[in-house]
Ligand binder design. Structure first.
Ligand SMILES: Nc1ncnc2c1ncn2[C@@H]1O[C@H](COP(=O)(O)OP(=O)(O)OP(=O)(O)O)[C@@H](O)[C@H]1O
Ligand SMILES: [Mg+2]
Length: 163
């Protein structure tokens, strides 16, 4: 089955974290999440949920790696959190070892992924966050490559369940 772009809506940072947690539970070694969205759209907030869903106990460890460029968290699989905001481009990303990490056995999450399109693998899950109002965000999820179809399918199911 072909899945296009799915849209979810959250009405608070907590809801975005919960959404991320559901997504994180579905992720496996080698998965790559490309996050797109303006400043304050909620990318890092979503990452907090994703890492929690991947088994990291303390999500307070999650901060935008704007200055350190990359953070690593130990969940049930290693998680690598990139932030391309301050990078000049693809070469800067490669200089921090992105190629090896992204093609490795962890989960890679890249904020501002649209700034470094050349660093993305052939298949990845693209998540676009858009502010609708102060506390509302639209979360677009798109499977770029067939290997995320199952993740999307399950995400639809778990989000249609009653809490
Ligand atoms: N529904 C929501 N989802 C996510 N964040 C929300 C929501 N409503 C309000 N917020 C607030 O918006 C802000 C989002 O900040 P966050 O650091 O996650 O954005 P970001 O996209 O990572 O920004 P940056 O590009 O600066 O790294 C937080 O202060 C959060 O509390
Ligand atoms: Mg951020």
């Amino acid at each position: 089955m072909k899945w296009g772009k799915l849209m979810f809506k959250t009405s608070s940072a907590d809801e975005t974290i919960k959404f991320g947690e559901k997504l994180g539970r579905l992720l496996a070694a080698g998965h790559v999440i490309a996050l797109v969205g303006e400043l304050g759209a909620g990318k890092t907030t979503l990452v907090k949920g994703i890492v929690q869903g991947l088994g990291v106990k303390d999500r307070r460890a999650v901060k935008s790696p704007t200055f350190s460029l990359i953070h690593k968290y130990e969940g049930r699989i290693p998680i690598f959190h990139f932030d391309a905001y301050r990078l000049e481009g693809v070469q800067d990303m490669l200089d921090i070892g992105s190629d090896e990490i992204i093609s490795g056995n962890g989960v890679s999450i890249i904020e501002w992924a649209d700034r470094v399109p050349g660093c993305l693998p052939e298949e990845y899950l693209k998540i676009t966050l858009t502010s609708i109002s102060k506390n509302e965000r639209c979360i677009g999820v798109q499977s770029c490559g067939k290997c995320y179809d199952d993740v999307i399918k399950t995400l639809v199911n778990v989000n249609s369940e009653r809490p």
